[in-house]
Design a protein around this ligand. Structure first.
Ligand SMILES: [Zn+2]
Length: 76
């Protein structure tokens, strides 16, 4: 799972926001290339993971949508 995390450089203290794997503890500073440590904060979960949590509802909506489109085609 990929989420947005903040990393603070251990050398220059530059803070990078990265969209990265949830369990990543360290990354590379974009300013100086030193090791940047993950900051303790509440992660922001991207909305794209939302639809994946409800595959049944998404599939049902798509099926219904296709039926309506087909019905409209038949009447034209
Ligand atoms: Zn740095």
């Amino acid at each position: 799972m990929r989420i947005t995390l903040d990393f603070e450089c251990t050398s220059c203290f530059h803070i990078d926001e990265r969209y990265i794997d949830n369990n990543t503890e360290y990354t590379e500073c974009s300013e100086c290339g030193s090791k940047a440590k993950r900051m303790i904060s509440t992660p922001t979960i991207k909305l794209e993971g939302y639809s994946g949590s409800f595959p049944g509802a998404a599939a049902a909506w798509e099926k219904k949508h296709r039926m309506v489109a087909h019905h409209q085609e038949a009447n034209s």
